[in-house]
Design a protein around this ligand. Structure first.
Ligand SMILES: NC(=O)c1ccc[n+]([C@@H]2O[C@H](COP(=O)([O-])OP(=O)(O)OC[C@H]3O[C@@H](n4cnc5c(N)ncnc54)[C@H](OP(=O)(O)O)[C@@H]3O)[C@@H](O)[C@H]2O)c1
Length: 263
């Protein structure tokens, strides 16, 4: 007898009815993840620092029938994040999924960058991830029903780059922090994984999508799949890592690069 549960096989990608907090929801990847989760029937609490942008998103999503709520918070400020988790629980009763999709970079040579500029990147891309994951994990442990934490890291966590002493260090730290966190949280049935993208279309990366640009041409030499990422390419992995299909996976760094490391 092959031991595959039919009900599990048929529903393993479902996140319907789950409560998800999505950070960086006003950004390209966070917005896509929030909408994709919402389309799939999750209740989505969207957060970022800019309340006006959150309100626009809420209007757009609700017009499409997505069950969502918004809460403005800085993910690097513990008090903000605790209020965010309390808001999610007050609104929807619990938190089952955390998708961390916020981030920041200000590329500069170490010779031109101030320590304060470097620290700002570390706070936005590493300290904030710790704070958000900690607050949500504590809530998930209180609920005693397990949970899924999906953190957007970067392919740059695995390799340095000119002007990226802050970004690469924060993302490399993020990957290792998530592996350690996975060990702490596994006894509570909380899975923690990262997605590690190369270039996906956003306001900041739009210029790289010009087929005439040297950056685009150089990237394509490394990408067997033959194109850069669109936000829709991101939502499958973000859903998989939030769903029962990934119950056996934790502490992993999952490539979302179009084959960048193969070439
Ligand atoms: N797009 C790519 O090609 C790519 C590639 C590799 C990795 N990533 C990673 O994916 C994540 C999302 O990227 P994205 O392309 O969606 O970015 P994006 O479109 O620029 O959005 C960034 C999001 O993060 C928030 N944010 C900006 N600065 C912040 C700060 N200092 N502290 C806290 N939050 C801040 C923004 O909202 P508020 O300003 O309102 O808070 C926004 O919601 C980031 O971690 C990024 O490093 C992206």
């Amino acid at each position: 007898m092959i031991r595959v549960d039919k009900d599990f096989a048929l529903n393993m990608f479902s996140i319907s009815g789950k409560v998800a907090i999505v950070t960086g929801a006003t950004g390209a990847l966070g917005g896509a993840v929030a909408k994709a989760y919402g389309y799939q029937g999750a209740k989505v609490v969207m957060t970022a620092r800019n309340l006006a942008k959150l309100k626009e998103l809420e209007q757009e999503f609700k017009a499409e029938g997505i069950d969502c709520a918004i809460f403005a918070a800085d993910p690097a400020v513990t008090e903000d994040v605790i209020k965010l988790v309390d808001f999610a629980v007050a609104t929807y009763g619990e938190v089952n999924i955390l998708a961390v999709c916020h981030g920041y970079n200000n590329p500069k040579s170490i010779l031109e960058q101030s320590v304060e500029d470097w620290q700002k990147i570390m706070d936005a891309d590493l300290k904030s991830v710790y704070i958000v994951c900690k607050a949500v994990a504590e809530q998930m442990v209180r609920q005693n029903k397990g949970g899924k934490i999906v953190v957007t890291s970067s392919a740059r966590s695995k390799m340095g780059m000119k002007n990226y002493t802050g970004y690469c260090a924060s993302k490399g730290g993020c990957d290792l922090m998530i592996q350690s966190m996975a060990c702490d949280l596994a006894p509570h049935h909380i899975n923690v994984n990262t997605i590690n993208p190369t270039v996906f279309r956003s306001d900041l990366t739009e210029w790289m999508f010009d087929p005439e640009s040297a950056v685009y041409q150089n990237f394509l030499k490394r990408l067997p799949i033959g194109r850069l990422g669109e936000v829709q390419d991101f939502i499958g992995l973000a859903t998989f890592l939030a769903s029962p299909a990934s119950d056996f996976l934790t502490g992993g760094n999952y490539d979302a690069t179009g084959g960048y490391w193969s070439n």
